[in-house]
Structure formats: structure tokens, C-alpha cells
Design a protein around this ligand. Structure first.
Ligand code: ADE
Length: 359
């Protein structure tokens, strides 16, 4: 807590860290804080002493802290958990030792039990340091450029791209040429492609909860409308939120186009799919989304992975029913196991969140 970013956060008064010695609350001549575990014989930190230590923290900070107990039995720690903790005013981390702490204390006073990985350490001190370190860099002002925190790939749930520094040639290995070429746009594209490649090969499990919009090129939304009854209220705002531009409404006949123009002035009304693909350009991955399960349709997560792999624009096409998507070329994904009675614009919102994520 004296060096680097956590050190600056402490000296700058952004983060305060106080160590509490459980031994100060020990009982008897030996200041006992633990005892034999009933039934097994290992040593367990005792509940009354832990409670007294916690009370002292509550008294000093003026409010009950959020209590975290690092243990191998806890939920696996993640950036989301760290972000949740960083929002708390006061956090107390209880370092277990030996066999851990009395379960009754955990049940009554621990708000969150977290594990730092599937391995066993000798105590909770190193996990506590990990938690404090990861939390302190999220406190506004702790990291020089707060943009840097948000620009972290992991902030969006993706792995980072590889990094290089001078010398440009080392032991016969050159830095990727794009990085020394000076084209900012190409560098940025390269970094995103590398982050995607690494995430898909090393940690595909991350993709389901990652926010991937920034890793994709243009994203467009089109709805094939059969009649005026399709309810698209709020769709334009939803598309904007996911950086998917103004939605297209495909309406086959003139009257319907006129009616839709009036009803949804924020949308771009177009006569047919062919006209639309002409507008969107080349190398477009078309993903047809239907609300209900269909034989051979992809799970939305698989569609998300394929979108990430695609190095070009993406077009999501929605329709009121599967039949209307039949003539459209592209992947077919589904949202729900069975057809639900959900308004079309809400369905599209759910689909965009499954396919793009949002943080
Ligand atoms: N204490 C001992 N092992 C641990 C782990 N894997 N995570 C958190 N706390 C621990």
C-alpha cells in the first residue's frame, strides 16, 4: 500500500486501509483467537473474537462495513465482483487461517465469500491484498488516466491484445509491422482483432458476458414488417444505445412504407432485402433472428461468437415470424426455446444485448 497505484491512492487520501489484529480481541492469557474444529480437529477462528473485531471496525468507520471473506469455498472472483466492492464505502476483509472461520460467523456477518482461484493458500492475506489492489485502481483518480481503466479490454470482459516495446527486433523476432507503421486506425483494428483472437482461443467462456460492440465493425438492424401492427416503439433508441445506427424497416408495398414512415420517422424505410444489402455494402454477415427455436438455428451465443470472428459489417434481420425470413441469406439464430408473447421491439432489445452485450 506504499508503492505504485495503490500507494498513490493511499497517500492521495482516495483509499484508506486499516489493519486490524484479531489477536487484540483474543481471550485469556494466551489471547486465544482459534480453537479445535468440532469433529475434525483442525483449528478454526472463533466467532466471538471475530465479532468483536468487526464491531470495532463498525464503530470506527461509523457504519457497518461490507464484509468479504476470502476462502476457497467462495464464488470465483471477477472484475464484476471487484467493481461491486469498489462501490462500497467501507469494506472489511476477513483473513482466515488454518481451517477457516466459524461457519456461524460467516452465515451471520459475511456478505460475500470469494475465492481467488481453484487452489489452496495458507491464509486470506494474499487474497485480501489482491482485492485491495484491484479495488483501489477503480477508485476515481487513482489511475492517472481514468480513461485507461475503461479502455482495459477486461473492463469489457475481453482479454487484452499483446503488447511490444523497443527494440523493434529482438532475438530475431520483429514487432508486428502494423504497430510500427504509424496508422492509428490500422493499429486500433489490429489490437481489437488480436484481443478477439486471444479471447476466442484462450477464454471462450468469457464471450457470453463480454461487451463486444467495440470489437465489431458496422452493426445494422433491419426489421421485415408484414403489416402496420408490428410494434417497434423505442427501437431507434435501443439501436442507438448499442451503436447500431438507425434501424431499417423493410416493407414490401407502398402503403405499408408510407404508414411505417409516419409511425416510425426515426427509421429508414426500404422496399426489400436486396435493396438493403446494396446499401450496407460488401462483406456483410447477415444474422436472421427469430424469437423461437428452429431446427438448425444457432443459439444466440454461438451467433455472438461468429459475429466476433467476422471481419466486416454485420446485419441483424428480425421478422414477426420465421416464414418471413425464409428468402434471406445468412445465419439463423434463435432467442428463446419456445415462442414467447414479447413485443417485437423488446425482443430486438434482448437480442442486441445477447449478441453485443452492454456495460
Ligand atoms: N484462502 C485460502 N485459499 C484461498 C483461495 N483460493 N481463495 C481465497 N481465499 C483463500
Amino acid at each position: 500500500m506504499r508503492t505504485s497505484i495503490p500507494g498513490r491512492a493511499v497517500t492521495g487520501g482516495l483509499v484508506g486501509v486499516r489493519l486490524v489484529n484479531l489477536r487484540d480481541f483474543g481471550k485469556g492469557n494466551y489471547r486465544q483467537i482459534d480453537d479445535y474444529a468440532f469433529g475434525s480437529g483442525g483449528m478454526v477462528l472463533a466467532a466471538p473474537q471475530l465479532k468483536e473485531a468487526l464491531d470495532s471496525v463498525t464503530k470506527e468507520s461509523g457504519a457497518k462495513p461490507y464484509v468479504v471473506y476470502p476462502s476457497p469455498q467462495g464464488a470465483l472472483i471477477s472484475q464484476e465482483i471487484i467493481e461491486t466492492l469498489a462501490l462500497q464505502e467501507n469494506v472489511a476483509i476477513i483473513c482466515g487461517h488454518y481451517e477457516g472461520i466459524d461457519e456461524r460467523f460467516t452465515q451471520k456477518y459475511v456478505d460475500m465469500e470469494v475465492s481467488i482461484g481453484d487452489c489452496v493458500l495458507t491464509g486470506g492475506e494474499i487474497p485480501a491484498m489482491l482485492i485491495v489492489d484491484a479495488m483501489s485502481r477503480l477508485v476515481p483518480g487513482a489511475v492517472g488516466k481514468s480513461k485507461a481503466v475503461i479502455e482495459d479490454s477486461f473492463y469489457r470482459g475481453m482479454l487484452d491484445n499483446p503488447n511490444y516495446t523497443r527494440p523493434a527486433m529482438w532475438e530475431g523476432v520483429k514487432v508486428p509491422e502494423v504497430l510500427t507503421g504509424g496508422n492509428a486506425q490500422e493499429i486500433s483494428r489490429w489490437r481489437r482483432r488480436e484481443a478477439v483472437r486471444r479471447t476466442l482461443t484462450r477464454r471462450p467462456d468469457l464471450v457470453s458476458r463480454a461487451s463486444v460492440r467495440e470489437y465489431l465493425k458496422g452493426v445494422n438492424v433491419a426489421v421485415i414488417a408484414e403489416n402496420e401492427n408490428v410494434n417497434l416503439a423505442g427501437l431507434a433508441e435501443t439501436c442507438r444505445a448499442y451503436d447500431a445506427g438507425r434501424p431499417y424497416i423493410i416493407a414490401g408495398n407502398h402503403e405499408l412504407r408510407e404508414a411505417m414512415k409516419e409511425k416510425y420517422p426515426e427509421a429508414k424505410i426500404i422496399g426489400g432485402m436486396k435493396k438493403l444489402t446494396g446499401v450496407i455494402g460488401e462483406n456483410v454477415l447477415t444474422v436472421k433472428i427469430t424469437a423461437s427455436a428452429k431446427i438448425n438455428a444457432l443459439h444466440s451465443l454461438e451467433a455472438k461468437r461468429i459475429c466476433l470472428e467476422h471481419d466486416g459489417n454485420i446485419l441483424f434481420v428480425f421478422a414477426q415470424n420465421e416464414r418471413m425470413l425464409e428468402g434471406v441469406d445468412g445465419l439463423t439464430g434463435y432467442l428463446f426455446g419456445k415462442c414467447e408473447e414479447i413485443p417485437m421491439s423488446v425482443e430486438i432489445g434482448i437480442a442486441l444485448d445477447r449478441l453485443l452485450g452492454k456495460r
